[in-house]
Design a protein around this ligand. Structure first.
Ligand SMILES: O=P(O)(O)OC[C@H]1O[C@H](OP(=O)(O)OP(=O)(O)O)[C@H](O)[C@@H]1O
Ligand code: HPA
Length: 177
């Protein structure tokens, strides 16, 4: 069990399962993007651990960068998605893979997609480590999904509760009271 502020979390996805799945996702990228020099765009903060582990298992020519968007406070979405910040690279005619830790309502990803698509990339695909199908509020095609999970608040391996709890190699879920 793990206590973060006022909430208790229990183990949900162990490190070994996570790492095995990440290696499989990297193999898919190696196969799908050979010779295409893709640009991985990680969405900060949550994706930083996932991107780091994924990137180490990608062995084709490939670049990585990060953008920032913040929409969550506490354990519920505020529904307000801010602007995408920090993209310095020219993505025109590039093959883009957006890498997220989690797609929950999908609002963040919808906003990112819209803003990146307006820069005329050659292609855009989405990779997310976790996906909550029951929480999705907007139509989204997710190209690479690590794990589909129930609509429960999760923590760890980059995911936070009010900024805390990101620093674990296991993913935890909020304990039912
Ligand atoms: O599908 P949605 O309902 O839009 O939620 C997903 C977003 O929420 C989290 O980010 P958050 O805004 O918490 O910022 P953080 O990555 O800095 O923790 C997560 O990293 C996604 O970006
Ligand atoms: O379940 C979650 N946990 C942490 N951050 C999140 N951002 C969207 N959903 C979640």
């Amino acid at each position: 069990m793990k206590q973060i502020r006022d909430k208790t979390f229990v183990p949900f996805i162990e490190s070994e399962s996570l790492q095995n799945r990440i290696k499989e996702l990297a193999q898919e990228v190696n196969k799908d993007y050979a010779g295409k020099n893709p640009l991985l765009i990680g969405v900060l903060n949550g994706s930083f651990m996932f991107v780091a582990d994924l990137f180490k298992s990608i062995d084709i020519e490939c670049e990585v960068t990060f953008i920032r968007v913040s929409s969550y406070q506490s354990t519920e979405s505020t529904g307000k998605v801010k602007q995408v910040l920090g993209l310095k690279e020219d993505i025109k005619d590039r093959h883009i893979i957006i890498v997220e830790d989690i797609v929950d309502t999908g609002m963040t990803m919808q906003e990112i997609l819209g803003q990146l698509a307006s820069n005329q990339p050659a292609s855009i695909k989405i990779m997310t480590m976790l996906f909550k199908p029951e929480a999705l509020k907007v139509p989204l095609k997710l190209d690479y999904v690590g794990f589909e999970i129930p609509n429960k608040f999760v923590l760890g391996y980059g995911l936070d509760y009010d900024g805390y709890g990101r620093n674990t190699d296991t993913i935890y879920v909020l304990k039912e009271s």
